[in-house]
Each structure stands twice: as structure tokens, then as C-alpha cells.
Design a protein around this ligand. Structure first.
Ligand SMILES: Cc1cc2nc3c(=O)[nH]c(=O)nc-3n(C[C@H](O)[C@H](O)[C@H](O)COP(=O)(O)OP(=O)(O)OC[C@H]3O[C@@H](n4cnc5c(N)ncnc54)[C@H](O)[C@@H]3O)c2cc1C
Length: 505
């Protein structure tokens, strides 16, 4: 907070210093801003800073590429994304692509192509139960009522965000109940089933926030995933747009109507892959990225204010630093102090994800859609089940993508035991495909083990701690630990950070 006040007040302060009278308010010197990490978080933040008139923004990136975990492979002329692959839609607000992300896509000039029709998530005959275990025990009518109620609240929440209505005036999130958990929020609003769905399905892979996460964060993260999930469960319960109570908000009715038949394409892929999107955004926005420039140290400048950002090539002074790496990467360069202690309190809540681009045999005879995506072991399994070796075993193949017709497939597997080699994980995947899906997985062409960024172990202490530390001395933190997983959630959190702390220049 100190830094933003300093930036905002700089022109005024200089105008009153003897010898600086000629500097009018607003003519503050350009602050030098460093962003550490050129993943979705760093690039979105840098893009927004540029849009607000900040001209001296440098992104430091350890690798030669931009895009962070996004990795695109081209095999036999076809594009395959190994990790970040979808631009998720299905939000309660319009056709679904998060507005800031939609804007960046336009600026990048990259083209979207239909990625997943949600109906292809359903395996014929072997379709997973769409009702997460957390909802078991609640009568179907009550679930339907609560999901509709929750969708109504999300519609109001989306409208508040759109119109920039503050939290307390909007009344959906918890301004009047600071720190309230998403579970407590659900109970207070009379929609505990909706809150339960939010916690299991927020990132579409069944790895949503835990029930103890504060409602404000969980709602922001869930805005782009949960409505689609709620509609899926409602349809499973036989609720269609014709069965809605008269006071159902128009957005909810429209969402159900849009999903009434097959062919509602709601997630997209980039024609040239997700990596190409980030590269093009950097070129067209433009965003200045220093590649192969890992930050190795960060030290307060003396005399202050400001920071010295150290790389292998030396140290450079900046007025503001925004750390946009996962917490454990930041621990490598962050000085001792309360921020370091807080970041160290984050833990990996979700097991690592082994992703293979693999060749198959006999796929055409399996009866599965030639192109599409599906989650064979059950969407909405929930973080707790994903981390439990007793549920489905220690290797959980959860995500499969068939982007092009043919024999190649992308498969992701949550791997609970880090000692398992990729060969062992691949054997499990092969076994699963043969037994459950009816085709052979023969070899892999690419593999990556992704460690999901850590999330706060104690959300309450985390948010209270950051309330005092975020932005103090011109040092900010952003990323999944603050926004939840997925590019839409990251975009929304970046927009909030920049709007709140960096006034228009
Ligand atoms: C398997 C998988 C599938 C996914 N699918 C989707 C999807 O379909 N749609 C979706 O929206 N989201 C998806 N996600 C989530 C999404 O990919 C992430 O939420 C997002 O990419 C995280 O971005 P980030 O910038 O916070 O972190 P990262 O992508 O990890 O970026 C951090 C960057 O910081 C750099 N860095 C680290 N240390 C330093 C240092 N010391 N100095 C300089 N740079 C440094 C790293 O090299 C990296 O480029 C998926 C994630 C995974 C793992």
C-alpha cells in the first residue's frame, strides 16, 4: 500500500519540495517497474500496466520462452498443448471468455478454435457421476434449488463486477463478513450445495479451493468454471430451461438454454497453441521481456525507496517490483522477512501432474469422440480425493484430450508418489486405457511433470498477513497462490491488483 500511495502522491510531493515547483501534479517521474516471471500472471500484469500508461515496465524471465507452464508441441504438423490448453468459457457473463482475456486475445491477433464441447466430457456407457461426493446425501430437489440459487448469486456477482459495484453494495461476496470461508458463505446464502460444487470444480480438473478458503477468493476463481459445472449437474438432474422458477435471473435461463442440446461449444483452444498466444501478445502489446534472465536476488535499495533486482548479469534498481512466480520459486531470491515466512507457509495442495503426448492404437474402435476431451476418473473428484491414494490408486489419469482426429492423445495423470518414475506412471496410464477405455496407448512423444503452485496452508492467516504486506515498500506478489488456478482467474486477479494499486498515468 505504501508504494501505491507513493506513486499516486509523487507528483504532489515533488510539487511542494523547494526547487521542484515547476513539476505539476501528475508529472511524476516514470516509475521503473520490474515484473518477475513471464507466465500468465506476469504477462497479464505487464499488459495491464502498459494499458494504464506505465512505460517503464520490464519483465524478467528465467527461461528463453514466455508463457510459463504453457507448452506447445508441434508433431507431424499438428499443434498440441501439454499444459495450459483451453480458454475456458461457460461463465455466467455472456458467452464466457473472461473479458480481459478476450481483449488480450484480440490484441495478440491469435485465433481461437473450438476446443471442448462439454457433452464430449461424458463417456458413453462409462460416464462418470457428475454429482461430486460432497453433494451425496442431499435430496436432488434441494441440490437443484441450491444450484439455481447459486447461479443467481453468480449472475449478480458478475453484474457487480461489470458495473464496478463495490462488494458491500453488491452484497454477494463477504465484505460484511471479512474472512468468511466459502463453506460458511454457502450456508449463510442458503446454497451449501453450490458452495460445495465450487470447492470441487473450480479449475475444471476437480482441484478447486478447499472449503476453508475465504469466499471472496473462491468466488473470483470460480466465476469461470462453476456455472458450467452447475449446469452440467442440473441437466443430469433433469432440470432444463423450461423448468425454471419465474424469478430465475435471465442469465441463468440463458446459460441453461445455451446448453440445452449437444454442440454447445464452450471451451476454446488457440489455433497455433497457447504458447503462440503469449509470444504474439508480447509482440503486439508490446511487452518488454528480458529472457534467460533469472532473478537471483532481491534487496531493498539503500537509501530507499526501491529495490535492487539481481540477475547473473548484475543488479539493477527499480521503484516497484511485482513477483509473479510461484511461491517456491520466489523463495530462491526473496530476502528474509515476514513475506518470506508467509510464502513458505504455502504448500502443494494438488499432486503433481504427469502429462504425456502419446500415440494410441485402436482408438477409432473405442467409440470415443474422434476429437474432444474427457475426464475418465471423474470431474469434480475434489482435492482431497486427488490426494488420497486409497481413492482410485496413487496414479489418477484424469484428463485426456483429443485435439485432432488420428491416433495422438494428450493424457494427464495426477501422480501421488513423487518417487514413481514417468515409466511407471505411463504403465498405469496404459493399463487404465486398456481396461477402461478400450484402446492401447503405445508410446509417448513428449512428457512433462507439472508441480502445481502451492496454495496457502492456512488461508485465514495468509490473507490477514498479506493485507498488511501487499505493496509495502513497492513490493507486490501475484500468481496462483493469490488468484486460484487458470488464466481467467489470473486475469481477474491481475486486473484487481493493477486497478487498486496503480493509478492511471
Ligand atoms: C497440466 C496443466 C493444465 C492446465 N490447463 C489449463 C487450461 O486448460 N486453461 C487454463 O486457463 N489454465 C490451465 N492451467 C493452469 C494455468 O496453466 C496456470 O494457472 C497458469 O499458467 C499459471 O501462470 P503463472 O504465471 O502464475 O505461473 P507460471 O506459468 O509458473 O509462470 C511463472 C514464470 O516465472 C518464471 N520464473 C520462475 N522463477 C523465476 C526467477 N527467479 N526469475 C525470473 N523468472 C522466473 C518461470 O520460468 C515462469 O515462466 C493448467 C495447468 C497445468 C499444470
Amino acid at each position: 500500500m505504501g508504494a501505491l500511495l507513493r506513486i499516486a502522491g509523487l507528483g504532489l510531493a515533488l510539487a511542494t519540495v523547494p526547487g521542484c515547483e515547476s513539476l505539476a501534479p501528475g508529472a511524476a517521474p516514470e516509475p521503473r517497474i520490474a515484473v518477475v516471471g513471464a507466465g500468465a500472471t506476469g504477462l497479464t500484469t505487464a499488459y495491464l500496466l502498459g494499458r494504464r500508461g506505465y512505460r517503464d515496465v520490464t519483465v524478467f524471465e528465467a527461461s528463453e520462452r514466455v508463457g510459463g507452464v504453457a507448452r506447445t508441441e508441434t508433431v507431424e504438423g499438428q499443434v498440441w498443448d501439454l499444459s495450459t490448453m483451453f480458454v475456458p468459457g461457460a461463465s455466467i457473463a455472456g458467452d464466457g471468455v473472461e473479458p480481459l482475456l478476450a481483449e488480450m486475445i484480440e490484441v495478440s491477433g491469435e485465433r481461437l478454435v473450438p476446443g471442448v464441447d462439454f457433452d464430449t466430457l461424458h463417456l458413453p456407457e462409462r460416464r462418470p457421476d457428475p454429482l461430486p461426493a460432497l453433494l451425496a446425501g442431499t435430496p436432488p430437489d434441494a441440490i437443484a434449488e441450491q444450484l439455481l440459487g447459486g447461479l443467481g448469486l453468480m449472475a449478480r456477482y458478475a453484474a457487480c463486477l461489470e458495473a464496478d459495484v463495490g462488494c458491500s453494495a453488491c452484497g454477494v461476496c463477504s465484505a460484511t463478513h471479512p474472512g468468511e470461508s466459502i463453506r460458511a458463505w454457502g450456508t449463510r446464502q442458503g446454497v451449501p450445495a453450490f458452495a460445495a460444487l465450487l470447492t470441487t470444480a473450480t479449475d475444471g480438473l476437480g482441484a478447486g479451493p478447499s472449503a476453508g478458503v475465504p469466499a471472496a477468493g473462491a468466488l473470483a476463481g470460480g466465476r469461470h468454471w462453476t456455472p458450467g459445472e452447475a449446469v452440467r449437474v442440473l441437466r443430469h438432474l433433469g432440470v432444463g430451461s423450461g423448468d425454471l422458477p419465474p424469478d430465475t435471473p435471465g442469465e441463468v435461463a440463458a446459460l441453461l438454454a445455451a446448453n440445452a442440446g449437444r454442440g454447445a461449444r464452450r471451451w476454446w483452444s488457440f489455433e497455433r497453441g497457447f504458447e503462440a498466444f503469449w509470444e504474439s501478445l508480447c509482440r503486439h502489446a508490446p511487452i518488454r521481456v528480458r529472457r534467460s534472465a533469472a532473478v537471483v536476488s532481491l534487496a531493498a535499495r539503500t537509501p530507499g525507496p526501491g529495490w535492487l533486482v539481481g540477475t547473473q548479469r548484475g543488479r539493477e534498481a527499480f521503484d516497484v517490483v511485482i513477483v509473479a512466480t510461484p511461491p517456491r520459486a520466489a523463495l530462491r531470491f526473496l530476502p528474509e522477512g515476514p513475506r518470506r515466512e508467509l510464502l513458505a507457509g504455502a504448500r502443494a495442495a494438488v499432486p503433481p501432474n504427469d502429462v504425456f503426448l502419446a500415440r494410441t492404437a485402436g482408438f477409432a474402435r473405442s467409440g470415443l469422440p474422434p476429437v474432444g476431451a474427457w475426464w475418465p476418473t471423474g470431474l469434480g473428484l475434489g482435492t482431497r480425493a486427488l490426494a488420497d491414494p486409497q481413492v482410485g490408486g496413487p496414479v489418477k489419469p484424469v484428463f485426456w484430450l483429443k485435439r485432432h482426429p488420428g491416433e495422438l492423445v494428450v493424457v494427464g495423470a495426477y501422480t501421488l508418489w513423487p518417487t514413481l518414475t514417468r515409466e511407471q506412471v505411463f504403465d498405469e496410464v496404459r493399463w487404465f486405457a486398456r481396461k477402461q477405455l478400450g484402446f492401447e496407448v503405445t508410446e509417448w512423444l513428449a512428457h512433462e511433470r507439472y508441480h502445481f503452485p502451492a496454495l496457502p496452508a492456512d488461508p485465514q492467516a495468509w490473507w490477514t498477513g498479506w493485507a498488511a504486506l501487499q505493496g509495502a515498500d513497492g513490493l507486490y506478489f501475484a500468481g496462483e497462490a493469490f488468484s486460484g488456478s487458470g488464466v481467467p482467474a489470473i486475469a481477474e486477479a491481475a486486473r484487481e491488483l493493477v486497478a487498486r494499486h496503480f493509478p492511471e498515468r
